[in-house]
Design a protein around this ligand. Structure first.
Ligand code: G1P
Length: 275
C-alpha cells in the first residue's frame, strides 16, 4: 500500500561547504554511492517504487543521477567497470522518479507539503531524509520495519532513537507512552528543544510514514522553530487530535549531515565492504 517515498532534498547543506557549493549534499558519496541512493535502496526494500524528490535550485545532479547516461554507459560497455553501474540500473528498471521544486527554504513541513502534487491524497506515503543514513545488519531496513508497523497501526509513524540529553537540541523530540516493545503512542513533540525543556531523549530521525490527512494539518500549522514550518509541529497536532506512533527502530543511523557522522559512516561501510 505504501508505494511512494518522498525525499525532501532542497536544503543547502551548509555544514559541508565548500563541497556543497555547487553539488547537492544528497550526492555526497559514502564510498562510491551517493547518500540519496542509499535512501532510494532502503525505500525499494520497503516496497516503494515511486521516488518523489523535492529538489531546489542547484540540485540537477540528483535528476541526472537517476537517469541513463548514454555516453558513459557506451564508453564502459563490455569492461569490468560496467558492473559498477548495476545497482543504479536496477533502480532505474524498477522505479519511477518524480520531481518538484521547493522554491523557498521554508522548512521541512513546507517541503513535505510541496510533495502533495507527487504523492497525492489517496494513500499513505514514506519520507526519507537522505542525510540520515540507516543500516540494519540483522534484518530489514528501518523503512521496511516501519511499513510493517503501519499495517498494524494505520497512522503516522516517526522513527526514533535515544540520544544523549545534551544533543536533544538537534532533533524533534517526542513524549509518549510505550504500548509495546519499542512502540510509543505520542502525546507531545517538540522541535529542537533545549535540554531542560525536552520531554525525553527520544529523538526523531529522518524516516516517517505519513497519512495524507497530514497535508491539511500542515496547511493549518504556523511557522515554528527558526521561523520555519516544522513537520514536528504538524505531527504534534496530529497526535493530539488522532494518533501518531514513535518507533524505536532496529539498526544504526549515521548523521551524514555532519562531518563527524559522515566520516563514521564512511569508515563503517568501508569495513563492511572489506569483510
Ligand atoms: C529534521 C527535523 C527534526 C529531526 C531531524 C532528523 O531536522 O526537523 O525533527 O529530528 O531532521 O535528522 P534537520 O536535521 O533537518 O534540521
Amino acid at each position: 500500500m505504501i508505494k511512494k517515498c518522498l525525499f525532501p532534498a532542497a536544503g543547502y547543506g551548509t555544514r559541508f561547504l565548500p563541497a556543497t557549493k555547487a553539488m547537492p549534499k544528497e550526492m555526497l558519496p559514502v564510498l562510491t554511492k551517493p547518500l540519496i541512493q542509499y535512501g532510494v535502496e532502503e525505500a525499494m526494500e520497503a516496497g516503494c517504487d515511486v521516488m518523489a524528490i523535492i529538489t531546489g535550485r542547484g540540485k540537477r545532479a540528483i535528476t541526472d543521477h537517476f537517469d541513463i547516461s548514454y555516453e558513459l554507459e557506451h564508453q564502459i560497455q563490455g569492461s569490468s567497470k560496467e558492473e559498477m553501474l548495476s545497482e543504479i540500473r536496477n533502480i532505474l528498471d524498477k522505479c519511477t522518479f518524480t520531481y518538484t521544486r521547493q522554491n523557498e527554504m521554508k522548512g521541512l513541513g513546507d517541503a513535505i507539503y510541496k510533495g502533495n502534487v507527487l504523492v497525492g491524497f489517496a494513500n499513505p506515503f514514506a519520507v526519507i531524509l537522505a542525510d540520515d543514513l540507516c543500516y540494519n545488519s540483522d534484518g530489514p531496513g528501518v523503512l521496511k520495519q516501519m511499513v510493517d508497523l503501519y499495517s498494524k497501526y494505520k497512522c503516522c509513524i516517526v522513527a526514533t532513537m535515544e540520544v544523549p540529553h545534551d544533543e536533544v537540541h538537534k532533533y524533534g523530540v517526542i513524549e509518549g507512552r510505550e504500548i509495546e516493545d519499542g512502540v510509543f503512542m505520542v502525546d507531545n513533540m517538540v522541535e529542537k528543544p533545549k535540554t531542560e525543556d525536552a520531554p525525553s531523549n527520544l529523538a526523531v530521525i529522518g524516516r516517517y510514514i505519513l497519512t495524507p490527512d497530514i497535508f491539511d494539518v500542515i496547511k493549518e500549522t504556523k511557522p515554528g522553530k527558526n521561523g520555519e514550518l516544522q513537520i514536528t509541529d504538524a505531527l504534534c497536532e496530529q497526535a493530539k487530535k488522532g494518533m501518531v506512533i514513535a518507533y524505536k527502530f532496529k539498526g544504526k543511523r549515521f548523521d551524514c549531515g555532519s562531518v563527524d557522522g559522515f566520516v563514521e559512516a564512511t569508515n563503517f561501510f568501508y569495513q563492511l565492504e572489506r569483510q
